[in-house]
Ligand binder design. Structure first.
Ligand SMILES: Nc1ncnc2c1ncn2[C@@H]1O[C@H](COP(=O)(O)OP(=O)(O)OP(=O)(O)O)[C@@H](O)[C@H]1O
Ligand SMILES: [Mg+2]
Length: 280
C-alpha cells in the first residue's frame, strides 16, 4: 500500500453565506482560515493556527493529535460555543454564530441530566422544540432500540454504567436529527471492551442514520476503525499537518483491526505522529 497522506484537500468555497442551490453540492462543514488565539495582558497563545477543513455530508472525520493540538478547541468552535479569532466556519452554508440544534455534541464526561430518566433525556431536545407526545415517543423508541437500552427506559443516569450513559448521550444527540454530530473523546473513559462495543455501535448508527460526524480522539486505532478520513493535528500552535483517507468500507466489524491493511495504516499514522508527540 502506498502512503496516503494528503493536504490540502479541497479549498473552501469563497463568498458570503450561501443556501444550497439545487444540484450543487456544498460541504456540510467548511472551516475557512480559522485561528483561535487566547490572550491575556501578559501572554498570547495560538490554540489554532489557520485551519482549513471541509467535511462532506455523511462523512465521518476524526481529528487525531497529541494533547494540546487544539482538537477540542476546533470542535467547540464548530459547535459555536466560542467564536474564532480569525476566519469563519460554515455549516450548510450558514456562518456559525452560536450553538444550534443542527449540531449535536457528545463529550467525554457523561453529561446526561441526572434528574431525568433515560427516555426523558433522549426526548429532551424534542420537548424543547415542542414536538407532540406521539412524535417524542416514536423517536425515543427508535433510539432506545438502536442503543439496546429498552429495559432501562425509566432508569435515572446514576443507575447506568459509563458505557450505557454514553449510549444515551449519543441517542439524545441523534434524536434532534442534527446534520452534524460532534464528539469529543466520547469513549475515552471506558474500559477497552466497552469501548470496542461502543465503536461498533457508533459505526452501525452512522451507517444507518447517515449523519455527518466529527470525532475527536488521540487513539490511532479508534480513528482508523471509525473514520473515512483522519485529520492529523500537532500542537504549538495547534494546526493540521496531514490528512489520511481510510480505505475501508462502511460496514466494519471488530476483526478489521487484525487485518494487515489496518495494521499497515496504523504504522504509517504512528510514524507520522511520533515527531509531533516528541515536540511537546
Ligand atoms: N480558554 C482557554 N484559555 C487559554 N488557553 C486555552 C483555552 N482553551 C484551550 N486553551 C489552550 O489551547 C490549547 C489546545 O487545547 P485543546 O483543549 O483544544 O487541546 P486538545 O487537542 O483537545 O488536547 P487534549 O487531547 O488534551 O484534550 C491548549 O494548550 C490549551 O491550554
Ligand atoms: Mg481535548
Amino acid at each position: 500500500m502506498t502512503p496516503v497522506f494528503q493536504r490540502p484537500v479541497e479549498k473552501a468555497i469563497p463568498g458570503e453565506d450561501r443556501q444550497p442551490e439545487p444540484g450543487i453540492r456544498m460541504p456540510r462543514i467548511s472551516v475557512e482560515g480559522v485561528s483561535k488565539i487566547y490572550r491575556s495582558k501578559k501572554w498570547e497563545f495560538t490554540a489554532l493556527d489557520r485551519i482549513d477543513l471541509t467535511v462532506e455530508e455523511g462523512e465521518f472525520v476524526s481529528l487525531l493529535g497529541p494533547s494540546g493540538s487544539g482538537k477540542s478547541t476546533l470542535l467547540r468552535l464548530i459547535a459555536g460555543l466560542e467564536p474564532p479569532t480569525e476566519g469563519r466556519i460554515r455549516v450548510d452554508g450558514r456562518t456559525v454564530k452560536g450553538p444550534g440544534a443542527d449540531r449535536g455534541m457528545v463529550f467525554q464526561r457523561y453529561t446526561l441530566f441526572p434528574w431525568l430518566t433515560v427516555e426523558q433525556n433522549i426526548a429532551f431536545g424534542l420537548r424543547l422544540r415542542g414536538e407532540s407526545r406521539a412524535k417524542r415517543r416514536e423517536v425515543v423508541e427508535h433510539y432506545l432500540r438502536k442503543i439496546g437500552l429498552e429495559a432501562f427506559r425509566s432508569a435515572y443516569p446514576k443507575a447506568l454504567s459509563g458505557g450505557m450513559q454514553q449510549r444515551v448521550a449519543i441517542a439524545r444527540a441523534l434524536a434532534n436529527r442534527p446534520s452534524v454530530l460532534l464528539m469529543d473523546e466520547p469513549f475515552g473513559a471506558l474500559d477497552p471492551i466497552t469501548k470496542g462495543q461502543m465503536q461498533e455501535m457508533l459505526v452501525q448508527l452512522w451507517e444507518q442514520e447517515g449523519t455527518t460526524v466529527i470525532f475527536v480522539t488521540h487513539d490511532v486505532e479508534e480513528a482508523i476503525f471509525l473514520s473515512q478520513r483522519i485529520v492529523i493535528m500537532a500542537a504549538n500552535p495547534g494546526r493540521i499537518i496531514a490528512e489520511v483517507r481510510v480505505p475501508f468500507g462502511r460496514s466494519r466489524g471488530y476483526d478489521l483491526r487484525d487485518t494487515e491493511a489496518f495494521l499497515h495504516l496504523k504504522r504509517q499514522i504512528v510514524r507520522r505522529l511520533e515527531p509531533v508527540m516528541a515536540e511537546k
